[in-house]
Design a protein around this ligand. Structure first.
Ligand code: ZN
Length: 323
């Protein structure tokens, strides 16, 4: 990418907009239209991160980092300069396309009885929740046609990973959840890999903006765990979409003092509990209170609620959580 293209990219991705899309919030305004807030690059307790939207520059008085949106992307995602450029290009180009795909999949959900039946079987039945999470269904062999008809070039669909190199819809027979900058698809078929993301990062913690307001946060592995807990009335729940947190997700959990209830799957080989133990140690090193929730053998929060567990019973599991 030449100098001119780099300048163009920086113009198209304003720093403040990029920060806000990554959940940065200013704490107070300064003179000349500048803003001050908590630093997303280190564990910051007093606002030390200065943003100048006119110059498109940032500087942190806490950790000393500073620069433009590309430098920010490098530090934030812990990637090289060329990788940061690629991420920003993707972010710039992908947002409307993914939105369009998510909207299409959401419309498909109620047209496919087996998709609704699958949600029922996984204990997801609240219409409000389905709307809120914008849960959709990818039947396969129709997204490409729809998006090209809307004017999106096939190359863009391929680049976003929505369509395979061979030209087929990537997601087929999958329940789809829109994430921040990605889509997650859960297969209805037992014959293929159950979990699939589009290429690129899985993004931050799911539902973090809501959960972070609470002093106690329940961390789960899967979106179906998140869904049943939300349905049972728990609003202080967030999802890592896997056992291992990326650096960004870990920083999110540590962005304030709180208790984290680690509710990873109680699988029989113990890998979930091992991951929970390691994570609990890392959280304690950051001064957080971490507690491990013990589910009945072989259960995850989803199966716990599907098999008639209720909010009161889950609450007593939280109360019994051990450090
Ligand atoms: Zn900093």
């Amino acid at each position: 990418m030449n100098r001119q293209a780099v300048d163009e990219l920086k113009r198209q991705v304003p720093l403040l907009e990029y920060l806000q899309a990554h959940h940065w919030r200013s704490a107070r305004p300064l003179s000349h239209g500048r803003w001050m807030g908590l630093c997303p690059l280190h564990t910051d307790h007093t606002p030390s991160f200065l943003v100048d939207p006119h110059k498109n520059l940032f500087y942190c008085y806490g950790c000393g980092s500073g620069g433009d949106v590309i430098r920010f992307a490098e530090l934030y995602h812990r990637v090289t300069f060329p990788q940061a450029l690629a991420l920003l290009c993707q972010w710039r180009g992908l947002a409307p396309l993914l939105q369009e795909a998510a909207d299409f999949y959401h419309l498909q959900l109620h047209r496919h009885g087996k998709a609704v039946a699958y949600l029922q079987q996984r204990g997801v039945h609240s219409a409000e929740l389905i709307e809120r999470m914008r849960i959709g269904y990818a039947p396969g062999a129709c997204l490409r046609g729809w998006l090209t008809q809307l004017g999106y070039p096939l190359a863009a669909l391929r680049q976003a990973g929505l369509v395979t190199a061979a030209g087929y819809d990537t997601f087929t027979h999958r329940i789809v959840f829109p994430l921040e900058g990605n889509l997650y698809g859960r297969s209805l078929l037992a014959s293929v890999l159950p979990h699939r993301f589009l290429p690129g990062a899985k993004g931050g913690l799911y539902g973090w903006e809501q959960a972070r307001r609470y002093p106690d946060v329940i961390l789960v592995e899967g979106l179906f765990d998140y869904a049943v807990l939300w349905q049972a009335g728990f609003r202080n729940v967030t999802c890592a979409m896997g056992t291992h947190l990326n650096a960004h997700q870990f920083r999110q959990l540590c962005d304030g003092p709180r208790t984290i209830y680690l509710t990873l799957d109680g699988d029989t080989n113990g890998s979930g509990q091992q991951a929970a133990q390691e994570l609990a140690c890392r959280l304690r090193e950051q001064g957080l209170n971490a507690r491990r929730v013990w589910l009945p053998e072989g259960h995850d929060p989803n199966s716990f609620f599907v098999q008639k567990g209720d909010a009161r019973q889950f609450q007593s599991l939280l109360e019994a959580a051990r450090p």
